[in-house]
Design a protein around this ligand. Structure first.
Ligand code: GAP
Length: 442
């Protein structure tokens, strides 16, 4: 399969089957903003639930948080985002396109896509100028300079400004972490590759507060845990790797940073960052707010500003990773079968219930089974068309099991359970179907 066509096919499948739609499509769309349809919202929710479970529910040393998107404007001065969250921007006066100066070598000239911007005879590129990626808006009814607020470009700052609140209310002790999932916004110069780089996206971030001097050790521990989480999502291990940031790549806050990268059809790219942020953020917030953020360590009888190890993943980017990794086409009996081979726990629909034909009490039996199963699992009922076509429709959206009520059901109270990947079919007693699925959908 040609590399580019994988993305084209996936984007088309996502729209056709209700995973992802372009935002405001009836108005021509809004650049690099996407909406999740009925199946997409389930997929992304399942990914976020897995993350929340691994990071918060399954651990005693991490608390959850849901901080607001709008924050005091001084937060973004203290965090370094007002001064430093910038990309170098270059305009072409001829075609009016904009490029990141540091990524010109990867960009295509809109006038002649086989060339890079600046290489065509009519290109007229400006000198690079720094462009702040934060979206600004105004708070309150009066538009004046004092009322400017920003849409957060990362969720992390909501955690830093609440670190004392969480520490005191939860009675945690260092080392401990705070996790949150929420929207972030960046006015990216060159967004693209579907939901890979967008202007509105969701982050799943965790800040782990540790004693100074123990940061390097925790950094290594979190690297191991985060890679294991991605592998646990069922992603192809050979398509995951680490990229260590060189000194010149490090974000303004980082002492050390590694990205977890995935090999997309458009190349290796970051899906999560693990950062050693030292005491950069707490020091700056302490200074800018005038509020003491030190921790008193009773065991060591010492006061200090904790260091922070951050794990920062994009929910949309991981949804894309899961989609890309799951997508496959197979030849079956002279036909092309499209499959999204999701890990069952992230599949939007866990089981489809299908009456073989719409007569002989099969719909009634199937409806009763469907109503029973949907109490526990995300299920789908489909009685339209030939059974083979219905199986294919479920394969295409990644449904791991199809349960068919057929002519034999009335005589021996059994149904067939068809497996998405092997297409093998088991005969299961109708009153055992829920337990059968329960064992396999952990
Ligand atoms: N708090 C640190 C931070 O935000 P980052 O490397 O800028 O670090 C972390 O972002 C993760 O957020 C990325 O690995 C990616 O998964 C996601 N992300 C960042 N920008 C994004 C964008 N424009 N669209 C989609 N996801 C994005």
């Amino acid at each position: 399969m040609a590399q580019t066509s994988v993305m084209d096919k996936l984007v088309s499948l996502c729209k056709r089957r209700g995973f992802v739609f372009q935002s405001s499509e009836i108005y021509g769309g809004l650049g690099s903003v996407w909406d999740y349809g009925p199946l997409g919202v389930e997929l992304k929710r399942n990914i976020k639930d897995r993350w929340w479970h691994a990071m918060v529910r399954a651990r005693e040393d991490i608390e959850g948080l849901d901080a607001a998107i709008l924050m005091h404007p001084k937060v973004w001065e203290a965090s370094g985002h007002v001064a430093g969250f910038t990309d170098p921007l270059v305009d072409c006066k001829t075609c009016k396109a904009r490029f990141r100066a540091d990524q010109i070598g990867d960009a295509a000239c809109p006038q002649k896509p086989s060339k890079h911007p600046g290489e065509h005879s009519t290109c007229a590129l400006t000198e690079p100028r720094m462009f702040n990626l934060m979206f600004k808006t105004v708070m309150g009814p009066v538009e004046e300079s004092g009322s400017v607020v920003y849409l957060r470009p990362e969720t992390a700052q909501g955690i830093y400004v609440n670190y004392l609140n969480v520490l005191q209310s939860s009675r945690q002790k260092i080392p401990f972490g705070i996790a949150q999932i929420g929207k972030a916004f960046r006015n990216e110069i060159t967004p693209g590759n579907f939901i890979f780089r967008t202007r509105e996206f969701e982050q799943m971030e965790m800040q782990f507060f540790v004693k100074p001097g123990e940061d390097a050790e925790w950094f290594e521990r979190w690297r191991v845990l985060r890679m294991a989480w991605h592998e646990g999502l069922g992603l192809t291990p050979e398509k995951l790797r680490w990229h260590q940031h060189a000194e010149s790549e490090l974000a303004h806050y980082a002492r050390a940073a590694y990205d977890i990268e995935y090999e997309f059809p458009f190349g290796w790219n970051e899906i999560e960052g693990v950062h050693n942020r030292g005491d950069f953020d707490l020091t700056n917030h302490q200074m800018a707010s005038g509020k003491k953020l030190e921790y008193f360590d009773q065991a060591a009888n010492a006061r200090y500003l904790p260091n922070v190890v951050e794990t920062s993943a994009g929910a949309d980017r991981i949804a894309l990773t899961v989609l890309v990794d799951a997508f496959r086409e197979e030849q079956v009996e002279g036909d092309t079968r499209t499959v999204l081979g999701f890990l069952p726990s992230v599949a939007p629909i866990k089981a489809a219930v299908l009456p073989l034909v719409n007569k002989d009490a099969m719909p009634e039996t199937a409806t009763a089974l469907f109503n029973d199963l949907r109490k526990r699992f995300a299920c789908f009922y489909d009685d339209g068309g030939a059974i083979g076509r219905r199986y294919r429709r479920m394969d295409e959206v990644g449904t791991p099991y199809c349960i068919t009520v057929d002519g034999q059901t009335a005589t021996d109270q059994t149904v067939t359970v068809r497996h998405r990947d092997s297409m093998a079919q088991d005969r299961v007693s109708i009153d055992q179907v829920a337990a059968y699925l329960g064992e396999r959908l952990q």
